[in-house]
Design a protein around this ligand. Structure first.
Ligand code: GUN
Ligand code: FE
Length: 432
């Protein structure tokens, strides 16, 4: 028997092209198993999908169907600290709050409790895909992967490499770090998950040696894996590298093994034109984390400069330097940060809500090299989607009458939260 076709009928909104938001009023998306098999206007539905194997979901006038949101940078193990230690610069914040917390993830039970909570909560906010940093502990990071697999989230999960400049009781030797990364990759492959995969995760240039980086770049190549790290987040971090000539010096753009078309660098607040060009030339991406960049006083990343240079850009919450698990919040901060830049740059065109939505969906998919699978409602892609309802009881705002689909979309971006996300689908499975 043919498998069931799920028809979602109502206001459909997605980016069918980069930076282009398409609104299909009275539209439909047809899904079979995990994949999108047709998209269009509901008038085209006559004579199609007439068999009994059709299940219809009719959206109300206050609902929109959008692609799942993509968090390209989040530290799952920092969730217990969310909202704590803000307004301290990065290196101080790491020492006072973050490393002491991450150390606790040696404990498997604590890991499971925290990781289940992060995955549940991010799914509830509509994050269908996340690129996670775990801790330096392999077994604990495997528990994070298990949480994502069990709860149905799509994820890249990284065991962190930290061999330099960490506290004495939260650090690895280079040999241990590489061996454990290999073990992590091996254990992940045994899980055989379609949705959850490993990612090589050197924390930042301050925390690894040049040799570690080369070896990790080679390991990424050997297993065809993506790479994630922080880059040029703060002036202090860059200075720390410059004061250690002969080491990683400056940043990852000087270590070509780590610059690949599947590399993703968080922050990139303080970059020269040449460094941006290197990212563009290598096909690497950045994770823009504007909330975090304000909280740790890091600066404002000029995202437009990366976009114009042809660098792929996604959005990250960067919990817990970012103080929200919601990519809706990241969209708002991206708009605010860009608008703030425009006040001092003549002729600068700030990002608008269409741009922010692109970065949160198709842009994020490209940044994670997953745009062959997710990011919009293209036929053949997997169905990662949210039903968003702007008129829910006890929602964040009240609704006074009818709105167009585009107005509902704007309200979602500027006022939405998890209460508005009434259903979440990952690869066709309803996970909220
Ligand atoms: N740089 C190195 N580690 C971290 C981290 O955990 N968070 C942020 N925001 N930056 C970092
Ligand atoms: Fe981070």
């Amino acid at each position: 028997m043919e498998s069931i076709v799920d028809l979602f009928i109502g206001n459909i909104i997605h980016c069918d092209q980069p930076f282009t938001v398409t609104v299909i009023q009275k539209g439909f998306v047809a899904v079979q198993r995990n994949k999108i098999i047709a998209v269009g206007h509901s008038s085209e539905l006559q004579n199609r999908f007439t068999s009994e194997n059709v299940r219809k979901t009719l959206l109300s006038d206050s609902q929109i169907l959008i692609p799942g949101l993509i968090d390209t940078h989040i530290h799952a193990c920092q969730y217990p600290n969310i909202g704590v230690g803000m307004n301290k610069p990065l290196l101080q914040w790491l020492k006072d709050h973050t490393y002491p917390l991450e150390k606790k993830f040696k404990d498997a039970q604590f890991s499971k409790r925290c990781y289940d909570a992060v995955v549940k909560k991010t799914l509830s906010y509509g994050t269908t895909t996340a690129a996670y940093f775990g801790s330096i502990y392999t077994d604990s990071t495997l528990i994070l992967a298990d949480s994502a697999i069990r709860l149905g989230q799509r994820a890249l999960v990284g065991k962190v490499n930290l061999t330099k400049n960490g506290p004495a009781d939260y650090i690895e030797t280079s040999e241990e770090s590489l061996r454990e990364t290999r073990r992590f990759i091996n254990e992940m492959s045994k899980k055989n998950s379609e949705l959850v995969k490993p990612i090589i995760t050197p924390r930042f240039a301050v925390s690894v040696t040049k040799e570690d980086l080369k070896a990790l770049g080679e390991m990424a190549k050997e297993f065809n894996l993506p790479i994630q790290a922080h880059m040029n987040e703060t002036i202090d971090g860059i200075k720390q590298l410059e004061s250690r000539p002969g080491d990683v010096h400056k940043n990852f753009t000087h270590t070509h093994e780590i610059l690949t078309e599947k590399s993703l660098f968080a922050h990139c607040v303080h970059m020269t034109k040449e460094e941006i060009q290197k990212l563009a030339d290598s096909g690497s991406a950045i994770a823009h984390c504007p909330d975090s960049n304000f909280n740790l006083l890091s600066g404002i990343c000029d995202v437009r400069a990366f976009i114009e240079a042809g660098v792929k850009v996604g959005l990250g919450t960067d919990v817990s330097a970012g103080c929200s698990l919601s990519i809706m919040n990241a969209m708002r901060y991206a708009i605010t940060a860009s608008t703030a830049l425009s006040f001092s740059k003549k002729g600068y065109k700030p990002l608008n809500y269409f741009d922010a939505f692109y970065l949160a969906t198709l842009g994020g998919a490209k940044a994670l090299s997953m745009d062959d699978k997710i990011g919009n409602f293209e036929v053949g892609k997997e169905f990662d989607a949210l039903i968003v309802d702007l008129d829910v009881q006890n929602g964040p705002v009240d609704i006074f009458g009818e709105h167009t689909a585009l107005e509902l979309f704007q309200k979602f971006i500027f006022t939405g939260d998890d209460r508005n996300v009434t259903a979440v689908y990952v690869a066709g499975n309803k996970v909220k």
